[in-house]
Design a binder for this molecule. Structure first.
Ligand SMILES: [Zn+2]
Length: 270
């Protein structure tokens, strides 16, 4: 599943499109998570892409009269092609710009989304209840501490709740809890301010490391299949059940928390 670093890297890869005008829109398959609005084919042509922003895992493409909301779902990816090339089976949506560039969305499982918003984007139903961005200065241990006082659920589930903080998916939750030395099963309301400060710092550091890994794939963004794909990284615990801990040599364990696989080292994480 594309996580926040993949989405941010995708956004960076699309930046060359800013200032370009739309020639045409092709909707090959509107049956995404929600129907792709058919009127996009009429609305977007002639409009200029003003900016590309990101909120949580939504890419926000701001045009003259509204904002296109793009989400990659479980299996989506966006390519930026320098010229039109034959579409493949899972290429569902594309924007052809007047300079010849093509933005193409591929999504085999079709849990992704293409939506259009003409009102205030912050008030859109998908965005209005989102918590802070993890990489913003406004996100820190104090925020986590304040938001968890009445939450006895396991801390891992709570940091994956997008009303607490956005963009901390399953991989980065496991990894940042390991780096902070916190057992993922700890009730969220039992952790101290000091431990939450460490956790907030490690969430930021874990995501920054992934962004750096993604930066190296950005060079190849243009071209068929030129999307950044999914980053290959060395994880401390994620996907390593039964293997030796990279820090203490003990055995990494796997448990289910909130229906998600959770990996941790019982010795390093208390
Ligand atoms: Zn360990």
């Amino acid at each position: 599943m594309p996580e926040l670093p993949e989405v941010e890297t995708t956004r960076l890869g699309l930046l060359p499109l800013i200032g370009q005008k739309v020639g045409k829109v092709i909707i090959r398959n509107a049956a995404m998570r929600w129907p792709v609005p058919a009127q996009l084919s009429d609305i977007l042509p002639g409009q200029q892409l003003q900016s590309l922003q990101r909120r949580a895992k939504y890419i926000l493409a701001v045009f003259d009269s509204g904002t296109l909301i793009l989400h990659l779902g479980m299996s989506g990816s966006i390519s930026l092609l320098q010229q039109d090339e034959p579409a493949q089976k899972h290429d569902h949506f594309e924007i052809h710009f007047m300079n010849g560039n093509v933005l193409r969305l591929r999504d085999p499982r079709r849990f992704g989304a293409v939506l259009w918003c003409e009102g205030e984007i912050e008030r859109h139903v998908l965005l209005q209840s989102l918590g802070p961005e993890p990489l913003d200065d406004a996100f820190d241990g104090k925020v986590l501490y304040a938001k968890t006082r009445t939450r006895p659920a396991p801390v891992k589930n709570v940091i994956m709740d997008s009303s607490v903080v956005v963009g901390v998916g399953n991989i980065y939750a496991s990894e940042s809890l390991f780096r902070a030395g916190i057992n993922p099963n700890t009730p969220a309301n039992k952790l101290s301010k000091v431990r939450y400060q460490r956790l907030a710092d490690e969430i930021k550091a874990t995501l920054q490391d992934a962004l750096k890994a993604g930066g190296s794939s950005l060079r190849d963004f243009f071209g068929t299949d030129g999307n950044p794909g999914y980053f290959q990284q060395q994880y401390f615990v994620y996907g390593r059940a039964g293997k030796p801990c990279r820090k203490c040599g003990g055995t990494i364990r796997s448990i289910r928390l909130g229906q998600r696989s959770t990996f941790y080292c019982p010795h390093c994480q208390r």
